[in-house]
Write a protein that binds this ligand. Structure first.
Ligand SMILES: [Zn+2]
Length: 507
C-alpha cells in the first residue's frame, strides 16, 4: 500500500452504499494485538489504562478482562489487574476525538469463514444466515478439532465446505500459537499482530456469494486480493477483475461524487424534499424537509408529507452507512397526522436498517415525529477522514460579524484615546474599516466627537478583525495592537471526530 490513500466502496443496485478510506500513517488499529503494560487501575471506573505504545493509553473495562474461573458479576478491576502487569490486548475501537483506543483481553482472530476466540468457548453462527445453513455449519464446526477456545462462524461461510472451514481454523490456530510465542519474548509495550489493511479486510469480511464482482484499479493490490482468495476461496478469485478503463474507477460508478457528498450538510430527496444532517458533540441530528414540494391542504398535504418521509427513511439509512455515522442519532420527520402513516414510515426505516451490517437500536417514532436511534461504529467515517475543523469558526459554524467587531473596536478606542486631543491614526482590518467609515462618515464623526480628537482610519489585512492598532500613540512611538473585547474566535479544540459513539464491534 504505497499510495497516500486506499478506498473501498460497496455498491448495491448500482449505487455506493458503503465507503472505507484508509490513509497512509492513519490506519485503523481495530484488530491489532499488543503486549501492553497496565499503567493505572481506576477502581471507581472499573477500568484500567494500558500502555500499548500509542500516543494515548488504551482503555480496558473490567468486562473485557479475561479472568478464567471468576464469575463475571463478581469481577472488580482492582482484584484482577495491578499497575505494571503485562497483558495481551486487542483494539475493538479506534481512538476517536479525545478518547484512546478501546481494548479487550478477549482476543478474536478473524479468518475468512470463522473467527477464532482463544479464550472463548462454544460455536456461534452468524444470525444473518438462513436456518438450514446455520444447522449445516454448526454440524461442520462440531466435528472440527477445536481443543480449546471458541468459534464464531461468519456470514461469508455460507456454502463453504468442511475442508475450507477446517483450513481456515488451522490457519488461525497457527496464528494464535505464533502470537503467544512472540508475546513471551516481547517486552511491553509491543505490537504483536497487525490487522490486514482495508482492501484485504473488506475482501475477507464482506465478500460472499452475493457479491457479483470486485474491481481493483491498482495492479499490486489486485494481485494481493486474488492471491488471498486463491488461498482461501479459490472459486471467488474469478470474480475479481483488474480495472484498466479510461475513466477512473470511482468516476465510472459515481462513487467519487457519493464520497464528496458525505461532507455536505444537505442531501436532496427524489421528489424535491431534502435532509439536513447536523453533527453535534453529543449526537447527529437529521432534519427532514419537504422543500417546495408541498401540495395544498388536507389529505393531499398529508400524502405529500408521507411520501417525503418515506423517501427520507431510505435516504437517512443510506447516509448513515455511507458516512458511517455512529452514536446517538435523532431523525426529525415531518409531522404526520395519521397514525398509519407514522407506522409506514417507521416500517420503511426498519426495512432499510435491515440492510445495515452495523448494529443499530431504534426507539419508536414519538408524537412529535422524532425517531431516536443509536448506531455502533468502530472507526472514523469518510467525512471525519477527509475533513478538518474550520479554523475560522472552530466548527461552530458562525463567526462574529464585522459590525460586532467594529463596535468592539470603537469601544476600545473610546477607552484608549480618552482625554486625547491630537489626531490619532488607527489601523484596523479592512472589513472593519468599511463599517467604521460607513454612513458617509457620520459614524466616524460621532466617534470623534465622543472622544474629542480627529481619527484617521487605515486598513491592514494583517490586523485581526477584533483588534485595533493605534499608530504613534502618546509619543511613545510604539504601535500597540490591542484586541478589542468582542470575544475572539473560539479556540479550535473541537475535533470533527469527537462525537460520541457506541462501543463494540460486529463480526
Ligand atoms: Zn467555519
Amino acid at each position: 500500500m504505497d499510495r497516500a490513500e486506499t478506498r473501498v466502496a460497496i455498491l448495491e443496485d448500482g449505487r455506493a452504499a458503503e465507503c472505507y478510506i484508509e490513509r497512509r500513517g492513519q490506519r485503523s488499529v481495530v484488530g491489532h494485538v499488543w503486549k501492553g503494560r497496565v499503567e493505572n487501575v481506576l477502581a471507581g471506573m472499573e477500568a484500567a489504562f494500558i500502555e500499548i505504545g500509542l500516543e494515548k493509553n488504551g482503555f480496558l473495562h473490567v468486562d473485557e478482562v479475561v479472568a478464567l474461573g471468576v464469575p463475571k458479576r463478581k469481577r472488580q478491576i482492582a482484584d484482577l489487574l495491578k499497575r505494571g502487569d503485562e497483558v495481551l490486548v486487542q483494539a475493538t475501537k479506534d481512538p476517536m476525538g479525545t478518547k484512546g483506543v478501546r481494548l479487550t483481553m478477549q482476543l478474536s482472530l478473524a479468518g475468512r469463514f470463522v473467527v477464532y476466540v482463544p479464550y472463548g468457548d462454544g460455536v456461534g453462527v452468524s444470525k444473518r444466515l438462513p436456518d438450514d445453513e446455520r444447522t449445516r455449519l454448526r454440524a461442520i464446526c462440531g466435528a472440527l478439532p477445536l481443543e480449546s477456545g471458541g468459534l464464531i462462524v461468519r456470514t461469508a461461510a455460507a456454502g463453504a465446505s468442511a475442508r475450507e472451514i477446517a483450513r481456515d481454523l488451522a490457519y488461525l490456530k497457527k496464528l494464535w500459537e505464533t502470537l503467544q510465542e512472540r508475546g513471551k519474548l516481547a517486552t511491553a509495550p509491543t505490537l504483536l499482530y497487525s490487522e490486514a489493511d482495508i482492501s484485504l479486510r473488506v475482501i475477507r469480511d464482506l465478500l460472499n456469494s452475493d457479491v457479483k464482482e470486485v474491481l481493483v484499479d491498482d495492479r499490486a493490490q489486485f494481485e494481493r486480493v486474488t492471491g488471498f482468495l486463491r488461498r482461501t476461496s479459490p472459486e471467488m478469485a474469478d470474480r475479481v477483475r483488474h480495472w484498466d478503463g479510461d475513466t477512473p474507477l470511482f468516476e465510472q460508478y459515481g462513487v467519487e461524487r457519493a464520497i464528496r457528498n458525505t461532507v455536505e450538510r444537505r442531501v436532496p430527496l427524489p421528489s424535491g424534499g431534502y435532509l439536513v444532517i447536523d453533527d453535534t458533540e453529543a449526537m447527529t441530528v437529521i432534519d427532514v424537509n419537504s422543500g417546495r414540494n408541498v401540495g395544498k391542504g388536507g389529505s393531499r398535504l398529508e400524502d405529500t408529507i408521507t411520501k417525503t418521509n418515506l423517501e427520507a427513511a431510505t435516504e437517512v439509512v443510506r447516509q448513515l452507512r455511507l458516512r458511517d455515522i455512529g452514536g446517538i442519532i435523532i431523525i426529525d420527520f415531518i409531522d404526520m397526522d395519521d397514525e398509519r402513516n407514522r407506522k409506514a414510515v417507521k416500517a420503511a426505516l426498519d426495512t432499510a436498517l435491515a440492510g445495515d451490517r452495523t448494529r443499530t437500536y431504534v426507539v419508536d417514532i414519538s408524537p412529535l415525529g422524532l425517531v431516536e436511534m443509536t448506531r455502533q461504529n468502530i472507526s472514523d467515517g469518510p467525512r471525519e477522514i477527509m475533513s478538518e475543523v474550520c479554523p475560522t469558526c472552530a466548527g461552530v459554524g458562525i463567526i462574529l460579524s464585522d459590525e460586532t467587531h467594529a463596535i468592539a473596536v470603537e469601544r476600545e478606542l473610546r477607552q484608549s484615546l480618552a482625554g486625547r486631543s491630537e489626531a490619532a491614526t488607527v489601523v484596523v482590518h479592512p472589513r472593519v474599516a468599511d463599517v467604521i467609515l460607513s454612513e458617509d462618515g457620520a459614524r466616524l464623526a460621532a466617534l470623534e466627537a465622543d472622544i474629542g480628537c480627529p481619527i484617521r482610519v487605515e486598513r491592514d489585512g494583517n490586523v485581526a478583525p477584533g483588534s485595533v492598532r493605534v499608530k504613534g500613540g502618546s509619543g511613545s512611538g510604539a504601535a500597540a495592537e490591542r484586541p478589542a473585547a468582542a470575544g475572539s474566535a473560539p479556540s479550535p479544540t473541537r475535533s470533527s471526530a469527537s462525537r460520541r459513539r457506541v462501543s463494540s464491534r460486529s463480526s
